[in-house]
Design a protein around this ligand. Sequence first.
Ligand SMILES: NC(=O)c1ccc[n+]([C@@H]2O[C@H](COP(=O)([O-])OP(=O)(O)OC[C@H]3O[C@@H](n4cnc5c(N)ncnc54)[C@H](OP(=O)(O)O)[C@@H]3O)[C@@H](O)[C@H]2O)c1
Length: 228
Amino acid sequence: MQPVALVTGANRGIGFEIALALAGQGYFVIATARQPAEARPAYVGHSVEVWELDLRYAGSVARLAERLRRAPGRLDVLVNNAGVMLDSGRRGALSLDPDVLRNTLDVNLIGALRITQACAPLLREAPAGRIVNLSSSLASLAGMGSGTPAYRISKTALNALTRILAAEFADTPVKVNAMCPGWCRTEIGGPHAPRSAHEGADTAVWLSTLPADGPSGGFFRDRAPLEW
Ligand SMILES: NC(=O)c1ccc[n+]([C@@H]2O[C@H](COP(=O)([O-])OP(=O)(O)OC[C@H]3O[C@@H](n4cnc5c(N)ncnc54)[C@H](OP(=O)(O)O)[C@@H]3O)[C@@H](O)[C@H]2O)c1
C-alpha cells in the first residue's frame, strides 16, 4: 500500500515544496490549506490531494482526522509546516501585545499539538511513522536574542514539544524531529532571503523519510544537528 504523508500549510511556500517532493518519492500526499479550491490547480498531475484545515479550530482538525481515518485510513508522515510570524519587525518582548503572542502560539504550537494528537493513532500503526516540526534557528536558546519575540517563543515551545513527543513515542517506530529550513523566500521569509522554498524543504523531506536507525528528538538544519 502506498505510504501517506500529511503536510500542513502546503498551499504555498516551503510546505508546497515538501508536498511535491514527497509525492515525487512515491507518497500519497494530503496537502492542507485553509482555502483548498485556490490551492488545487498547482498540484494538478501530482499524487497530491488538497484538504481543508485551519489549525486554529479544533473542529477543523477533528474533521480532517475523521476523513483521514475513513480513507486512506493510514498515515506514515506528518509534517507540521503551517506557521505564522505575526510580530515581524517588532523588536522587544517588553512591547509585545499579549494577543499577538496568544495568536502566534495558537497556530505554531497549539495547532501543531492539535493535529499531532489527532494523527497519533494512525502514526502509531504505521510501519515507520515520522513527525517533522518546522521550527527555526530563531528558536535556539543558545543563540536567543531580541526581535520577533512571539515567533521565537512559539518555535522554542515547538522544540520542547518535539522532545516531549519523541520521548512519548520512544517505544514505537515513530520518530519526531524539529528542523530549521534556513532563511527562505516565502511570505514569512520575504523576498530578500538567500534560499528558495525548494532548498528550505530539503531537510524536512530527509527527516520525513528517515530509515529505522535515524535520529529522533533532534533539531536539524541542512541535515546536520543544530544547537537547542
Ligand atoms: N521562510 C523562512 O525563512 C522560514 C525560516 C524558518 C522557519 N520557517 C518556518 O517554515 C514554515 C513554513 O513557512 P513559509 O516560510 O513557507 O511561510 P508561508 O509561505 O507564509 O507559509 C505558511 C503556511 O502556513 C499556513 N497557515 C497559516 N496559518 C494557518 C492556520 N491557522 N491553519 C493552517 N495553516 C495555516 C499558510 O496558509 P494561508 O496561505 O492560508 O495563510 C501557509 O500555507 C513555518 O512554520 C515557518 O515558521 C520559515
